[in-house]
Design a protein around this ligand. Structure first.
Ligand SMILES: [Zn+2]
Ligand SMILES: [Zn+2]
Length: 472
């Protein structure tokens, strides 16, 4: 045999490069196998619900012009002024990584002339959004959003319907939630309210107590003072005038109808006068969905203000002015955004097992090269017939293959060895009991089907017992 010596790399540069390891950026994450199953589940749930209610899926680019968000989300909002990833591209265009979905969807509505379609246009959207936030528990700089928008609809029924869809999303995942709802009126009635609010905050001593951010917001976005989470600001705002007392007839009527429909649908909600949402474009109905506070010894935590401190799982509302702001005709619209990361965390907290999809897995094992070749071909045949087949054809030892079969959760393993190959037979092994049976290779499908029927009957029984604890 030739004596081949492999020299160790001498080059210092090469060695350095080889040693360098990369880690992910701060605030972003990798979602690995087991966790991704939850994302699959949520995405499927989102798609199913959206299509039942007549929404069609769209996708928009992650990159948009900065100006789109400055004009819609609002230049002075935290999202645009502090948290937006932006850069100048090689042609000198000012570009942003989308920090939220709605502006891009409204741009697409206008750009593609979707106002020519029968109205309303119902869109749903699933994808990543980016915000340069302070990394903290379950706040990520890239997160996945499920977004629903109805454009071209002013009926309060639509408001209730999107709240209902969001509510169903959570309750069908067995997450107990409550709707926080408010109306922030239209530009007309809101301006009167904002004057009142300004008078209130200008009363002696109030402004000095506000946090730094609220002092800045004072002249730019007075409404935002209401939902500041800083304790001192919450105390100052506690007795502030409430917008529901200043709504014009149209806005009041709309809001009452939304609440009536919510009552009709038995959706639990809490009128929250401090809920304003952070974005400039909202009008009339705004809502958030928060997990219901769990029973606690501490009575103080049970009051309604504790809901405000809850992390919201979903937020949305009406944006009747946005289409016009972005250059379209005046068009009423509404929608919500729902971050999947927080939902995954919640599901894992309450520890609901996922329904197993491993019931019918059949593993193909082989001993010897000839048997392997036959099973290699047979695997493709079974797969095309729709069986859930698995294999480990790169492994030689039967023990290693059976370990893999167990790891994959296979219920049956078909084993083909030299002897079976010659006899025209094959072994079926029941992975739970370990019992094996030699069968005629020609009868393989009827034998498998017989076992699948028996097997799946008994496992459905097991699953039904635990059904209420599983989600699908
Ligand atoms: Zn109004
Ligand atoms: Zn504040």
């Amino acid at each position: 045999m030739a004596n081949i010596k492999i020299k160790k790399p001498q080059n210092q540069e090469f060695r350095k490069r080889k040693e360098k390891k990369f880690s992910r950026l701060r605030g972003v994450r990798d979602i690995l196998f087991d966790e991704y199953k939850y994302y699959d589940l949520l995405k499927k749930k989102a798609c199913d619900l959206a299509s039942v209610y007549g929404f069609n899926r769209v996708e928009t680019p992650m990159l948009e012009r900065i100006e789109l968000f400055e004009r819609s989300t609002g230049k002075d909002t935290d999202i645009v002024s502090k948290e937006m990833y932006s850069f100048i591209d090689k042609s000198g265009n000012k570009i942003a990584l989308r920090p939220e979905a709605t502006p891009g969807l409204v741009r697409a509505y206008i750009e593609h002339g979707l106002f020519n379609l029968p109205q309303p246009v119902k869109m749903f959207w699933l994808g990543p959004v980016f915000r340069y936030e302070k990394p903290q528990s379950n706040r990520w700089r890239q997160h996945t959003q499920f977004d629903l928008e109805i454009i071209g609809e002013d009926s309060p029924v639509a408001d209730t319907q999107i709240i209902l869809i969001a509510y169903n999303f959570f309750s069908e995942l067995q997450i107990d939630v409550q709707v926080q709802i408010n109306s922030i009126g239209c530009p007309e009635c809101r301006s009167e309210y904002i004057n009142k609010l300004e008078e209130y905050y200008k009363e002696r001593g109030k402004r000095t107590k506000l946090c730094v951010d609220c002092k800045k917001r004072f002249n730019k976005n007075l409404l935002r003072l209401l939902d500041c989470k800083v304790e001192a600001c919450r105390e100052v705002s506690a007795d502030a005038p409430q917008i529901v007392d200043y709504l014009c007839d149209g806005c009041r009527d709309h809001f009452i109808k939304v609440l009536e429909y919510l009552d009709e649908m038995d959706i639990p909600y809490n009128l929250n006068p401090f809920l304003v949402r952070g974005l400039d474009y909202y009008t009339r109905t705004v809502f958030e969905i928060v997990p219901i506070f769990e029973e606690t010894e501490n009575e103080e935590n049970k009051d309604s203000s504790s809901f405000q401190r809850q992390v919201s799982l979903c937020g949305g509302g009406r944006y009747d002015g946005l289409v016009e702001i972005l250059g379209g005709r005046p068009t009423p619209a509404l929608g919500f955004g729902l971050g999947l990361e927080r939902v995954v965390k919640k599901i894992r907290e309450i520890n609901i097992p996922l329904k197993s999809d491993k019931v019918d897995i059949i593993f193909l094992a082989q001993l010897g090269d000839q048997a392997r070749r036959k099973m290699f071909v047979f695997f493709e045949e079974m797969r095309r017939r729709g069986y859930k087949v698995r294999q480990a054809f790169t492994k030689d030892r039967l023990k290693a293959q059976l370990e893999e079969a167990n790891r994959l959760g296979a219920k049956q393993t078909l084993i083909l060895g030299q002897k079976e190959l010659i006899d025209g037979t094959i072994i079926i092994r029941d992975m739970d009991s370990g019992t094996q049976e030699v069968i005629d290779f020609k009868k393989i499908y009827s034998e498998i089907n017989k076992r699948l029927e028996n097997g799946s009957n008994s496992s459905i029984g097991i699953m039904e017992e635990k059904e209420e604890k599983k989600i699908n």
